[in-house]
Design a protein around this ligand. Structure first.
Ligand code: PFF
Length: 487
C-alpha cells in the first residue's frame, strides 16, 4: 500500500530535528574535508571566506529548504512540486527535487569510502596496526590501506550496510536515538585533542595559520571551493535537510533551528582545525597533504598521549558515528520518495537504494587502486562525484531554491512558514533574493570561464559591491516595501 495516506512521521522530541539536522551537517565534511581544504587553500583567508559563505549563503538557503520540506510535506520531488504549484508556478520545479535527490545519492557514493577509512582506522587501532611513530610511516599505512580493493571494498561495504540498517528502521528509532549521544561525545574528543595540541609545540603556528587573514593567499579557486564546501558541510541541496524538515512540527522555529545547526557545524569544523594543525606543524608536515591529512597526523598525536590508544579508539568511534549520522541523511530523500510515491515499505526502500549505492560506491572505491588510472580530464570517478556535487549540483539546487522562495512563491508563503519578526524577514528576503543567488552565480561564472584573466582576479570584490548596491536599491524600492507590508 502506498504510504501516502498514512500520517507523515514526526520527530519524537523537541530536539529531534535539531539533533538529526546537526548529525547530518556535522560529519566527515567538518573533520576530514574542512581541514585538508584549509591546508590546500592556504589557511586563514579560506576560513574567512568559508565563514562568510555559511552566513550569507548557507543560512538563508537552509531556512528556505526547511520551510519547503515542512510546508511541502514530502520528499524533495513532491515538496518542490507542491510548493511551486501552490503559488501557481510550473510543476517543472520538481526537477530541483530530482537533482537534490541525485546529489545526495552521488555524495553518499564517495562518502562511504571515506567513512570506510574511519572504520578501518578504528580496527587498525584496536589491532595495533597504527603503531607507526612518524608521519611518514603513517602515510605509508594510509597508502597501503587504499592499495587493496578487497580491503577498501570491505570497509565501504560495511558502511553501506550500517547506513541501510539504520535508515530501514525509520525516523525515530533509527535516526533520532543514535544521534542523541554521538554529538556530545565527538565534541568531547575534539576538546581533548585540542588540549593535546596546545602542548605539542605547534599550537601558535596553527592558530596563526587558521585565523590570520592574509589577502595574498586568497585565490579565486579557494573562494569557489569555500562556497561549495559551505553547501556540503551544511548538507544543503542534497535532499537531506529538506526531507528532515518535512518531519518538523509546525510549532518549531525555522530561523532559530537553522542558526543553531549552522553554529554547531562551524564550531566543530574550527575545533577540528585546532586539533589537527598543531600536530601537523609540530611534526613539520605539509598542511597541503590532501585527503589523507587527518589519517596521517592524528595518530601521531594519540600515540604521544598518555592513554593514547584508548582515546584513539574513542576518536575513530566518534568519527565513524559522525559519518553515519550524515550518510543516513543522504539517502533519506530517496527512501522517503520510494515510500511516499512508489508504495515501498521503508525496509524495502532502504535495501533497494542500498544495492544501487553499493554498485556506484564500489566504482568510487576503485579510484584508489585498480581504477586510479581511469580518469577523465584528470579526475578519477571519486573526484568526479565530489566535483559535480559540490561545484555544480548543490549550488544549482541552492540557487533554484532561493529564486523560487525569494521571487516566485506567493508573498505570504515564506513569511508564514518562517514566522520571523519583520526586520529579520526583510534580512532573510534580501539574502535570499540577492546575496545568495549572486554568490552562487560566482561559482558558475568561474566554471564557465566567462571572465578574462585580469577580471577574474577582481571579480569577487566587484560582485560583492554589485550585490551590496542591488540590495540597498531593492530595500529602498517601493516594491519590496509593499511586499513587506503587514498582513
Ligand atoms: N554535511 C555532511 C558533512 O559535512 O560531512 C555531508 C553531507 C551530508 C552532505 C548530507 C550532503 C548531505 F545531504
Amino acid at each position: 500500500m502506498a504510504s501516502s495516506d498514512q500520517p507523515r512521521a514526526q520527530w519524537l522530541g523537541r530536539w529531534g530535528f535539531m539533533l538529526a539536522a546537526t548529525g547530518s551537517a556535522v560529519g566527515l565534511g567538518n573533520i576530514w574535508k574542512f581541514p585538508y581544504m584549509t591546508g590546500e587553500y592556504g589557511g586563514g583567508a579560506f576560513v574567512l571566506v568559508y565563514l562568510i559563505c555559511i552566513l550569507a549563503v548557507g543560512v538563508p538557503v537552509m531556512m528556505a529548504e526547511i520551510a519547503f520540506g515542512r510546508r511541502g510535506r514530502g520528499s524533495p520531488i513532491d515538496a518542490f512540486r507542491r510548493m511551486a504549484t501552490e503559488s501557481g508556478r510550473s510543476p517543472v520545479w520538481s526537477l530541483l527535487g530530482w537533482m537534490s535527490m541525485l546529489a545526495g545519492f552521488m555524495i553518499l557514493s564517495f562518502y562511504v569510502v571515506v567513512a570506510g577509512w574511519s572504520f578501518s582506522y578504528l580496527w587498525k587501532t584496536l589491532s595495533g596496526g597504527l603503531n607507526a611513530g612518524s608521519v611518514e610511516a603513517l602515510a605509508a599505512v594510509f597508502d597501503a590501506n587504499n592499495a587493496s580493493p578487497w580491503n577498501l571494498g570491505f570497509w565501504s561495504t560495511l558502511v553501506t550496510l550500517a547506513t541501510m540498517v539504520i535508515v530501514g528502521k525509520g525516523v525515530q528509532e533509527g535516526i533520532e536515538k543514535n544521534v542523541r549521544w554521538m554529538m556530545p561525545g565527538l565534541v568531547l574528543m575534539l576538546v581533548l585533542l585540542i588540549g593535546f595540541g596546545a602542548f605539542s609545540g605547534g599550537f601558535g603556528e596553527a592558530l596563526a595559520f587558521l585565523f590570520s587573514f592574509n589577502a595574498g593567499s586568497l585565490s579565486s579557486a579557494g573562494m569557489l571551493a569555500a562556497l561549495g564546501h559551505a553547501f556540503f558541510t551544511l548538507s544543503l541541496a542534497a535532499g537531506a535537510i529538506l526531507t528532515y524538515g518535512s518531519y518538523l512540527p509546525k510549532s518549531a522555529s525555522i530561523g532559530r533551528t537553522t542558526l543553531a545547526v549552522a553554529l554547531a557545524d562551524t564550531v566543530v569544523a574550527l575545533m577540528a582545525g585546532l586539533a589537527i594543525f598543531p600536530v601537523i606543524f609540530a611534526n613539520g608536515m605539509d598542511p597541503a597533504s590532501g585527503p589523507g591529512l587527518i589519517f596521517m597526523s592524528l595518530p601521531v598525536a594519540f600515540q604521544a598521549m598518555p592513554l593514547g590508544t584508548l582515546f584513539e579508539v574513542l576518536f575513530f568511534v566518534m568519527l565513524s558515528m559522525a559519518a553515519l549520522t550524515s550518510s543516513i541523511s543522504m539517502v533519506e530523500a530517496t527512501v522517503s520518495w520510494l515510500c511516499d510515491s512508489k508504495g515501498f515499505t521503508r525496509r524495502s526502500a532502504a535495501w533497494s537504494t542500498g544495492i544501487v549505492l553499493w554498485l556506484v560506491s564500489t566504482a568510487a572505491m576503485l579510484s584508489f587502486n585498480l581504477g586510479a588510472d581511469w580518469t577523465l580530464a584528470g579526475r578519477t570517478f571519486f573526484d568526479w562525484l565530489d566535483y559535480l556535487t559540490s561545484r555544480w549540483m548543490m549550488p544549482l539546487g541552492g540557487l533554484g531554491t532561493v529564486i523560487l522562495a525569494g521571487f516566485l512563491l506567493d508573498k505570504h508563503v515564506m513569511r508564514d512558514e518562517l514566522d520571523l519578526s519583520p526586520t529579520l524577514y526583510t534580512l532573510w528576503l534580501l539574502m535570499a533574493r540577492y546575496v545568495s543567488p549572486l554568490g552562487i552565480l560566482v561559482i558558475f561564472a568561474d566554471q564557465l570561464a566567462l571572465f578574462t584573466v585580469s577580471f577574474a582576479q577582481h571579480w569577487p570584490w566587484l560582485l560583492m559591491i554589485l550585490v551590496a548596491m542591488i540590495a540597498v536599491g531593492e530595500f529602498l524600492s517601493p516594491r519590496l516595501r509593499t511586499s513587506l507590508a503587514p498582513r
